[in-house]
Design a binder for this molecule. Structure first.
Ligand code: CP3
Length: 353
């Protein structure tokens, strides 16, 4: 590991270096808006096959790289991928997302969870990450990712995606003992999994606490933040040089709290002005974001204006240009191409900060 001037730009930005232009990638950059992905999905209709057969997952991860040369290449996988290794059986249903066959509701189920052994239950992750690193070399940064304890617990307890989170909030707000034990076990497992991804070649790792924005700030402090901190602390103990990114969806009310998680980079969504986010986060935190994914349904002029606006507001250090959340499946592919071209042509003079 260590730090080298040969390192790719995204890694440098995540460390807070001043660059000529911000590096750029997109969350969900491999996926349904791409024809190449939809074609491959017909051949491999099961999401688990697409993400767990190494050759297929490698090809999908590289589709956006081949089309747009983003500064970051993210592993094609899902946040629920490690759950079977803990003894939580799941599938990922077309158009629905994760399904957990026996949702976790009892002490017995929490006691029965297995410790995660990534080299045994997730060997394909190693093959995929090593291949991505080899393929992109120093031209791009390979990103790994995991789900955060609260968000994975939301799937494990609810059994599927939820609009109301009534089951997990019922547990949290009546007798939270079992839930805290589950969150504790998930923290250890996720830290183990992040370390494994780094050992296999991930240069930056993003943790998605997508549903932590569904908690009020005081409940975020009880059920999300302490477990984010546990994961990041454990990883930093053994892998202090790998930048860690945190995403919370709908995070406007908890930005300052995210800055206390131990993450190096905080993802800012489009409900917050980037200049205000910078002011609220302070100058030791790097930022990622923050265009509305809906901008990509706009005109080319509009897309360009919004990129410039975000880049000016974020300033010339420690900014990774991105959308505030994943690219939407209906997005015109040519607008994604335009977004990347425009971003990559920026330079500090053109931005006139
Ligand atoms: O960013 C990338 O390109 C990497 C791929 C990636 C996927 N899932 C692939 C996927 C990443 C980073 C994820 C993370 C993930 N998975 C999150 C956190 C990110 C976020 O959106 O906040 C969450 C909450 C999940 C759970 C999940 N898996 C959902 C909500 C869905 C979508 C359901 C749907 O159909 O809209 C999935 C399935 C999934 N994971 C898809 C993709 C590309 C869509 C299914 C497909 O394309 O075949």
């Amino acid at each position: 590991m260590g730090i080298s001037s040969n390192d790719p730009d995204l890694l440098k930005a995540a460390r807070g270096e001043v660059l000529n232009r911000p590096p750029v990638w997109m969350m969900r950059q491999a996926g349904r808006y791409m024809k190449a992905y939809r074609d491959l999905r017909e051949k491999y209709p099961s999401f688990r096959d697409r993400s767990e057969i190494p050759e297929v997952a490698i090809e999908i991860s590289l589709q956006p790289w081949k089309a747009f040369q983003p500064d970051g290449v993210i592993l094609f996988s899902d946040i629920v991928t490690p759950l079977p290794g803990l003894g939580i059986e799941m599938d990922i249903a077309e158009g629905k997302g994760p399904i957990i066959y026996s949702p976790i509701r009892t002490q017995q189920q929490v006691d029965n969870l297995l410790p995660l052994e990534p080299s045994k239950s997730l060997p394909f992750i190693k093959t995929i990450l090593q291949a991505l690193r080899q393929f992109v070399g120093n031209k791009s940064t390979v990103l790994g990712f995991v789900g955060a304890p609260w968000t994975l617990a939301a799937y494990a307890v609810e059994g599927k995606g939820s609009k109301t989170y009534s089951v997990i909030k019922g547990m949290a707000f009546s007798d939270p003992t079992i839930l805290h034990q589950l969150l504790e076990k998930f923290s250890t497992a996720i830290a183990t999994y992040v370390r494994y991804q780094i050992d296999c070649g991930a240069q930056v790792v993003q943790m998605f606490d997508s549903w932590a924005g569904q908690l009020s700030p005081q409940d975020y402090d009880t059920f999300a933040l302490p477990y984010q901190q546990k994961v990041f602390q454990q990883v930093k103990e053994t892998h202090p040089d790998t930048p860690l990114i945190l995403l919370v969806s709908g995070s406007a009310g908890v930005l300052e709290r995210m800055a206390k998680s131990g993450a190096d980079v905080v993802t800012v969504d489009w409900t917050v002005d980037m200049a205000q986010a910078r002011a609220r986060l302070g100058n030791h935190i790097k930022v990622q974001g923050n265009l509305d994914p809906g901008v990509l349904f706009g005109s080319k002029e509009f897309i360009r204006d919004r990129i410039l606006d975000t880049v000016r507001k974020a300033g010339n250090w420690g900014h990774i240009l991105n959308l505030g959340h994943g690219v939407l499946p209906e997005t015109p592919e040519e607008n994604v191409a335009f977004f990347f071209e425009t971003a990559k042509q920026l330079n500090s003079a053109a931005v006139e900060r």
